[in-house]
Design a protein around this ligand. Structure first.
Ligand code: ADP
Length: 223
């Protein structure tokens, strides 16, 4: 059986974290833990968390750390994540969250942290044309739609434009990224975990580079 992986994927909105994590999760047979997807499901199901999250999410603001941390800790405690590993997409995105994650995974540390680097200009274009499957999170765009109408090719789910993929909410999200999340690059560089990848290339090339980096990291660790 292929080895699992324990990875954080960083990058600004539209950098391609979701696209790469879907592929990586198949490649390594590990869960793709997207806090955005988990929160959107909570909003749809109108859970207590969902009700608290909705307004903040629609306007593009981050949830308070205390709200998100419990959800992630619980998910990381599940069997698949404990035994195979995980791909964290959209978490951590503040230093507080990164410190919490560090203590949660202290016994089995991360393999590495992938930072997908993409110029802001390019992510703006990607985000306004982005369409997503509400069921499995697969990502499409107005120029690369599903084959049959707005029905997901993978799972038959409904493909929509996210409520926060509007010009105003995108600006708020990118500002939150600069202020709260960019400092994580230094945080992980200091710990020797950071791997920076050019995310402006096509998805196949980014995937190939990412897999090669993970392979090297895992080989170095087993020496
Ligand atoms: P994006 O990164 O493209 O803005 P996500 O799908 O990752 O979108 O997240 C959508 C929204 O969910 C965020 O704008 C924020 O409101 C909330 N969210 C997701 N992850 C976190 C997190 N780790 N901390 C705080 N808020 C979060």
């Amino acid at each position: 059986m292929t080895a699992g992986v324990r990875l954080v994927v960083l990058g600004k909105q539209g950098a391609g974290k979701g696209t790469q994590c879907v592929r990586l999760s198949h490649r390594y047979a590990v869960p793709h833990i997207s806090t955005g997807d988990m929160l959107r499901a909570a909003v749809r199901e109108q859970t207590e968390l969902g009700l608290k999250a909705k307004t903040l999410m629609d306007s593009g603001q981050l949830l308070p750390d205390e709200l998100i941390m419990g959800v992630v800790a619980e998910r990381l405690g599940e069997r698949d994540a404990r035994t195979r590993g995980f791909l964290l997409d959209g978490f951590p995105r503040t230093i507080g969250q990164a410190e919490m994650l560090e203590s949660t995974v202290a016994e089995a540390p991360l393999d590495c942290v992938i930072d997908l680097e993409v110029p802001t200009e390019l992510v703006m274009n990607r985000l306004v044309s982005r369409r997503v499957c509400t069921a499995c999170g697969a990502i499409y765009s107005t120029s690369q739609p599903p084959i049959h109408g707005w029905v997901c090719d993978n799972c038959g789910g409904e493909v929509i434009q996210r409520k926060d993929d509007t010009a105003d909410a995108i600006m708020v999200r990118l500002q939150a990224y600069e202020k709260e999340t960019r400092p994580l690059i230094e945080f992980y560089r200091d710990r020797g975990l950071l791997e920076t990848i050019d995310g402006s290339e096509d998805p196949d090339s980014v995937f190939a580079v990412t897999v090669a980096i993970i392979k090297k990291r895992q080989a170095d660790q087993s020496r």
